[in-house]
Design a binder for this molecule. Sequence first.
Ligand SMILES: NC(=O)c1ccc[n+]([C@@H]2O[C@H](COP(=O)([O-])OP(=O)(O)OC[C@H]3O[C@@H](n4cnc5c(N)ncnc54)[C@H](OP(=O)(O)O)[C@@H]3O)[C@@H](O)[C@H]2O)c1
Length: 275
Amino acid sequence: MIKIDGSVAIVTGASSGIGAATARLLAGRGARVVLAARRADRLEGLAAELPGAMAVPTDVTDPAQLGHLVERCLDVHGRVDILVNNAGQGLHVPLLELRADDLRAVFELNVIAPLIAMQAVIPSMRAQGGGAIVNVSSATSLRLFPGLGGYSATKAALNLLSQIGRIEFADAGVAVSVVYPSVTDTEFHQSLRAGHFAGGPRRFPADPPELVATAIAFAIESGEAHLMVGDPPRPISPGSDDPWAGGLARPMPARPGWGGGAAGQTASPDRGPAT
Ligand SMILES: NC(=O)c1ccc[n+]([C@@H]2O[C@H](COP(=O)([O-])OP(=O)(O)OC[C@H]3O[C@@H](n4cnc5c(N)ncnc54)[C@H](OP(=O)(O)O)[C@@H]3O)[C@@H](O)[C@H]2O)c1
């Protein structure tokens, strides 16, 4: 659990939508935000609006650029308290039309990049005594949506990395949380890697990105493992009777010699770091 006021927060995908709304919310609550995305002009414009903000143009699929992002943050602020892995892209085609190179590209962005970003911040968070990581997933990863298999698979992979990271990073005092937005009114459906949004505006009334930002801030402050977006945000946990919780992987029952050794036995995967 991290106090937002006075913290240093890296937000990826901050040039639009949920990332920009999150950066605004965190800066409004007293965080110094480090804004990452590829469109430098948008980042510079937002940084100019927000006190203490800094733009670091970054393609998060390039590990060297991700490394530079974290280094810039540490050079300027000397610490990193919060990482919001939000940059992402949709891939909305049926499996028979799903091209392997599209799926690889979206895996790089939605799965590999958040993993490398987590790896890059953990040493500093450990040295500081803690931190908060929020990975922005999707409600589509918790139920079955034909036509979204590629995209949902990337977010399901992110969910598992997050859940296991929550256990593995608990001894560093780092809480990994996942936020699951539903359809949100951003540029997302105009920027799909392939395919199109089949829902239509009436079928799925879109949430405002500010509502997702509220859930992200709640995740940071509460350390909750899994949050559905809503007013207020709704925590869910594996095995609970919430209709969306059935899509969450359950932790291994504690058994001697199982579950990744000490981390698997001592961490509290659903409620917060064990420390
Ligand atoms: N909108 C929805 O309905 C919805 C629903 C569920 C989950 N989500 C998730 O919410 C997150 C944010 O999406 P959004 O709705 O805010 O969509 P968005 O407005 O399209 O924002 C996507 C952000 O990702 C950034 N990005 C894309 N590729 C990047 C790269 N290679 N390196 C760095 N940044 C990159 C974009 O910035 P640049 O182009 O400037 O790089 C942009 O800032 C995504 O992870 C998405 O999967 C969205």
